[in-house]
Design a protein around this ligand. Structure first.
Ligand SMILES: C[S@@+](CC[C@H](N)C(=O)[O-])C[C@H]1O[C@@H](n2cnc3c(N)ncnc32)[C@H](O)[C@@H]1O
Ligand code: SF4
Length: 334
């Protein structure tokens, strides 16, 4: 059963946050001053169980979801994640089942995740400069361990993409070194504009490095040409190295918003459905699964919520809206 929202957009991707906790404190996501020792994370009993996630995922697949991404917080801090991957892979044949991770625990987990049915992985890495990287993750975590995670994923046969958030004054000087390192590696490097997600990272428009500036800087050394999108609604704009060294992507959600093609739903770790990354309100689906609602009831609820959707926050963003309260990315799932 397919469903479209009030702007005619179907639901194709589901991002599932499996935990709101993380072993990093990236300055643009979970700043230490806020997510310190006194921060109230969700309790274990509040999290959806793997069985509950599986049940909800099937309902979304019935509505047309073709791709599921496990995220968080840091998804690999949730114990036995490969068991969830196996459940989702077995229940939904042909599903594109992927994971976004900071890579810290990936070296040990890559092979079990692939064996369980993961189809690919995205690893976040903001710099190759150890000092810059340690300052950005703010837990003194070394670059070398993330690179080992990337190698382990590739060795396990998982296609790898690398995400780099670029923040003015923090890691913009690392852009070229990252491009050089992944040029010819077979891994697609994607540059992400620093976004005003959540209310705690102190976002300012001045800290955003526009994607056009990033592309121009790389193009000056490693000439690029644009590539057609893989599919309608792809968020990353694709560029290919003219020398055959592969491609990069840029996610310009601030300077070139792409709400018009947005087909993403987000399920928080406690089972709230958010229809936009910048939403302030989520719809409680956990209550339905915990009272053993029928498949028909679940389908009706998802169809009703998606059918009423009209979000296009990024297209309407101003400095003023950026200061409005929003849920944190670590909670909603990046
Ligand atoms: C919230 S994280 C969750 C998964 C995992 N912990 C990781 O870092 O890959 C998902 C993605 O969101 C990105 N992200 C977090 N805060 C952001 C922000 N303020 N602007 C842009 N991207 C952000 C991260 O760099 C990461 O690639
Ligand atoms: S971006 Fe990912 S690794 Fe960094 S703090 Fe947020 S959830 Fe953790």
């Amino acid at each position: 059963m397919s469903v479209v929202d009030t702007l005619g957009r179907p639901v194709r991707d589901l991002r599932i946050s499996v935990t709101d906790r993380c072993n990093f404190r990236c300055v643009y996501c979970m700043p230490k001053e806020v997510f310190g020792r006194d921060y109230k994370f969700l309790e274990r009993r509040e999290l959806l169980s793997f069985e509950e996630i599986d049940r909800l995922a099937r309902a979304f697949v019935r509505h047309g979801v073709e791709k599921i991404r496990l995220t968080g917080g840091e998804p690999l801090v949730r114990r036995d994640l490969e068991r969830l991957v196996a459940m989702l892979a077995q229940a939904n044949e042909g599903l594109d089942l992927t994971l976004t991770t900071n890579g810290a625990l990936l070296a040990a987990k890559a092979e079990p995740l692939r064996a369980a049915g993961l189809t690919r992985v995205t690893v976040s890495l903001d710099s190759l400069d150890d000092e810059v990287f340690r300052a950005m993750n703010d837990v003194d975590f070394p670059v070398a361990s993330v690179l080992s995670g990337i190698d382990a994923a590739a060795a396990a046969g998982l296609p790898v993409k690398v995400n780099m958030v670029v923040k003015r004054g923090a890691n913009e000087s690392s852009v070229l070194a990252m491009a050089r390192h992944f040029h010819g590696s077979g891994h697609i490097l994607r540059f992400i504009e620093y976004m005003d997600v959540g209310s705690t990272n102190g976002w300012r428009m001045d800290d955003v490095v526009p994607a056009a500036e990033i592309v121009a800087a790389i193009h000056a050394e490693l000439p690029l040409e644009p590539v057609e999108a893989n599919y309608a609604g792809e968020v990353a704009k694709r560029w290919r190295y003219r020398d055959g060294g592969g491609e990069i992507g840029v996610i310009a959600s601030v300077t070139q918003p792409f709400c018009g093609g947005c087909t993403r739903a987000r399920l928080s770790a406690e089972g709230r459905l958010y229809t936009c990354l910048f939403a302030t309100h989520g719809h409680d689906l956990r209550a339905l699964v915990r009272r053993d609602a029928s498949d028909e009831e679940l389908d009706e609820a998802i169809g009703r919520i998606w059918g009423a959707r009209g979000d296009r926050y990024s297209e309407l963003r101003t400095e003023a809206t950026a200061r409005e309260p929003k849920v944190e990315m670590s909670y909603i799932g990046g």
